[in-house]
Ligand binder design. Structure first.
Ligand code: NAI
Length: 687
């Protein structure tokens, strides 16, 4: 075995040169890895070997670009240089895949003549999630293997393809036994040599694309079918363009187009926002003050109090990862109803197999007696939103649960410290704030009380990962992070209506910005009867409810709804709005679309700055993660804090002051915002 460089070894096994890449943790395409690949293939091709096999040590094949160090991308051999070298090979090249062959990793593998994988391997192009497209031949080579339709699906979805499916698609040539990749791949290499299989490069293949040449309908239809999904995004559109070029144009022309689009995408604000956001999510899982030696406790059994809307969804999260979960209710009837709703959710979920539903249901036990929680490691309370009720429940829980068990509340607004004070173990009490529906929504706010221990925090951070939630750490404060910031925008809808705007106009402005729906449509979806009014205010919401309009679930809301729940203009709702305006003696104003947008978003930015000032959130990026995952903030804009930083805080503050003069004190800039603007800083700057 000889070392090619620090990450690549070259050895020989009979007639086969074996290149072993070992660059932990995930063999990403760093400068050293690219140098290793380039020099390694050069050495293998200069040797006596009749074939060369690339395999990776550790837990995965090359898992993609190294986006932590984009500056290094311009140094050393490029991915293209490596691919040109591989394309010029005069003997069989093979890639042996395990773990994840993603992005640039898959592009390298597609330059080998043959690919062998273990069944657990996954192949894919996740670039689209970062607002990018594959930039080293992925859009040109994949369609030549799978045909354009499959290639479009794989690249625009960013979803991985499992090895057995990749085999069926011809993307890998053989599956070998799990754990025996090297032996299996070597055996395959020898078979290739003994059979004298022809060296067909993917770039020269035409069989899968020729049938689609001169048929633009395929691409038009794909665009049309996915219009809603791709709304506002640049990358999917360019992926379709590049795959179409693969079908219509010579290989090198397609490659040049792909490269041009890749660089354009990389420079786009959208991709920059998505890359920012990618790191924001990872950072959010970290509590900077948590001592590194803190050990999470093991969670083997969970309890949930209250089998209502939230409790049921919360319990599903744990059954889904195989944890026995006990649900507590006050009455048998409520328990039966809660368990039936869970069963229904499992049965209705996509691709649900009956035995899976049964397996999950078998992990869920109902009970009317808190004593049955004695051996739980974690109990989450989801009873009515009432401090006295919660304090009573926590007092009882404290007695029923074993020492060391963590007691969490799913409260949306209440003070965790008050709840913790009802127990003898405030170090083990905290908030775990799920969003509705709790089995679907990705966000989990972890609310640290004043006395929550590091061990408790470390335990739930790890648990959040296990149940695949995107976690954000919050301190105690009214509404924590997501609800508080989002409600700043929702609080302004009354004013919009009083100024003479229609719900449809306001909703359209925010939909066009990239939200899945505007604020009025969202309130209709949540249910107008469950949203609280700000203290001392009577809002349009309560007028609607009094008129029998509770939203989608009953009587319509700001809109009427057809059988498919599509919003329709509603003369009845318009009448309620007209009466509301008249009662307030409101005068219509001229408001531009730009103003609607700025007022809505800057109110959130301002509230976010207050949340930072109060120490409720520790980082601006955590607020972005909370709003993207909890309230559908468009990830292409990075989130409210990032968005404001891009606009420039001086501009945001200047507009807030104009709005304050024109519309009222709710627009008064937060002190932090004014200070950062004056200092020419960003919200993202730690200060
Ligand atoms: P819900 O009314 O649907 O369910 C509450 C359940 O708790 C009921 O089934 C009730 O019978 C049961 N319950 C009440 N007291 C109990 C006790 N002492 N022992 C056992 N069971 C008891 O309410 P929902 O919507 O599930 O809300 C629960 C909690 O989750 C509240 O604190 C709420 O603020 C919070 N939350 C609600 C969200 C939502 O969108 N609905 C979102 C996030 C948090």
């Amino acid at each position: 075995m000889t070392a090619v460089n620090t990450v690549m070894d070259l050895s020989h096994d009979g007639e086969v040169a074996v290149l072993t890449l070992d660059s932990p943790p995930v063999n990403a395409l760093s400068l050293a890895v690219r140098e290793g690949l380039f020099e390694g293939f050069k050495a293998a091709l200069a040797s006596e070997a009749k074939a060369a096999l690339l395999i990776c040590a550790g837990r995965t094949f090359i898992s993609g670009a190294d986006i932590t160090n984009l500056g290094d991308m311009l140094k050393g051999p490029s991915l293209e240089d490596i691919e040109t070298l591989m394309d010029g090979a005069d003997r069989p090249l093979l890639a042996a895949l395990h773990g994840t062959a993603f992005g640039g990793g898959l592009e390298v593998a597609l330059c080998a003549h043959f690919r062998v994988a273990v069944p657990s391997a996954k192949l894919g192009f996740p670039e689209v999630n970062l607002g990018l497209l594959p930039g080293a031949g992925g859009t040109q080579r994949l369609p030549r293997v799978t045909g354009p339709q499959k290639a479009l699906e794989i690249i625009t979805s960013g979803k991985p393809v499992r090895a057995p499916d990749a085999l069926a698609l011809g993307l890998v040539d053989d599956l070998v036994e799990e754990g025996k990749l090297r032996d299996g791949a070597l055996a395959f290499a020898r078979l290739v040599l003994s059979e004298g299989r022809p060296l067909k490069r993917i770039r020269d293949r035409d069989d899968q694309i020729a049938p689609f040449r001169g048929k633009p309908e395929l691409f038009e239809q794909f665009r049309k079918a996915n219009a809603a999904k791709f709304r506002g995004q640049i990358a999917p559109d360019w992926i379709v363009e590049a795959v179409q070029a693969a079908v219509e144009k010579p290989f090198d022309e397609g490659l040049a187009l792909e490269k041009q689009r890749f660089f354009q995408a990389a420079m786009s604000p959208q991709s920059q926002a998505r890359r920012y956001y990618f790191f924001a999510e990872r950072t959010a899982q970290k509590a900077p003050d948590l001592p590194p030696e803190t050990k999470p406790r093991e969670i083997r059994k969970v309890g949930v109090i209250g089998a209502g809307t939230m409790g049921g969804g919360i319990a599903m999260n744990f059954a889904n990862i195989g944890l026995p979960t006990t649900l507590i209710e006050m009455k048998q009837e409520a328990l039966d109803r809660g368990l039936a709703v869970i069963r229904g959710n499992y049965e209705r979920s996509r691709g649900a197999r009956p035995e899976e539903t049964e397996q999950r249901m078998s992990l869920l036990t109902g009970s009317l007696d808190m004593a049955d929680l004695a051996d739980c490691d974690l109990v989450i309370e989801a009873v009515f939103e009432n401090l006295e009720v919660k304090k009573e429940v926590f007092g009882k829980l404290d007695k029923a649960c074993k020492p060391g068990a963590i007691l969490a509340s799913n409260t949306s607004y209440l003070n965790i410290d008050d709840i913790a004070a009802a127990t003898s173990r405030p170090g083990e009490v905290l908030g775990l704030h799920f969003f509705s529906p709790a089995n679907v929504m990705p966000l989990l706010e972890i609310v640290r009380g004043a006395k929550t221990s590091p061990e408790t925090l470390a335990t739930v951070l790890e648990l959040g990962k296990r149940i695949r939630k995107t976690v954000v750490i919050s301190r105690v404060g009214p509404g924590f992070i997501a609800n508080r910031v989002a409600s700043a925008r929702l609080a302004e809808i009354n004013s919009f209506l009083l100024e003479g705007l229609s719900p449809a106009r306001v909703d359209k402005v925010l939909y066009d910005f990239g939200f899945p729906m505007g604020p009025f449509a969202m309130m209709d979806l949540v249910g107008l009867d469950v949203i609280p009014d700000p203290p001392g205010q009577k809002t349009i919401r309560s007028w609607m409810v009094e008129a029998g309009r509770r939203g989608q679930k009953g009587g319509g809301g700001f809109y009427d709804y057809d059988a498919a729940r599509n919003p329709q203009p509603s003369p009845a709702a318009d009448q309620v709005i007209a009466d509301f305006r008249q009662a307030a003696g409101a005068q219509p104003k001229e408001v531009t679309d730009e103003e609607i947008l700025e007022r809505s978003l800057y109110l959130e930015v301002n509230e976010g700055a207050k949340v930072l000032d109060e120490g409720v959130a520790i980082r601006a990026s955590d607020i972005d993660v909370a709003l993207v995952n909890g309230y559908g903030w468009p990830v292409d804009r990075g989130g409210p804090m990032y968005y404001a930083d891009q606009i420039g805080l001086d501009k945001v503050v200047a507009r807030l002051k104009e709005f304050e003069a024109k519309f009222g004190p709710q627009y008064e800039p937060a002190p932090r915002l004014e200070r950062l603007a004056a200092e020419g800083k960003k919200l993202a700057d730690r200060s």
